[in-house]
Design a protein around this ligand. Sequence first.
Ligand code: FES
Length: 160
Amino acid sequence: MREAKAVVDPARVEAIIAEYQHQRWALVPLLQRIQQEFGFIPPDSIGLIARGMKLFPAQVQAVISFYAQLYTAPRGKNTVRVCRGTACHVRGGKTILKLVKQHLGIDEGETTPDLEYTLETVACIGVCAIAPNMVINDVTYGRMNPKKVSQVLGQRDKTS
Ligand code: FES
């Protein structure tokens, strides 16, 4: 799996942890704060967080895994979500996902090396009537087809 890299200052991580030290109830706010600072929770920081909060690293990792909005890898500026729900699937969603992967050069769960895009799939975004669907950030693109994939992502390439 290809992963985008980002530089993280460990001293900055420790300074944030110090603000919450020993307050176990504050683990989630601390994790959110670290993610806000770096765009993700650096894996190297998990041991530091555990020590600061008097927890085991596995406990910190379990909390991160529980919350879908906490990430341990850099995320792209834009999140592309392709629907894998039944309605989208029967109307060509699988082809849409394949084309999006080809266009971005990444697989599901991955981020482009320039940190521009993260690709995810979702079970259903609730607009089955206009399937197959793709969402970029908060914008839904319905009735997707191969030409539209090129148009939407190609247009974004030009503006980014
Ligand atoms: S299955 Fe894709 S929007 Fe519902």
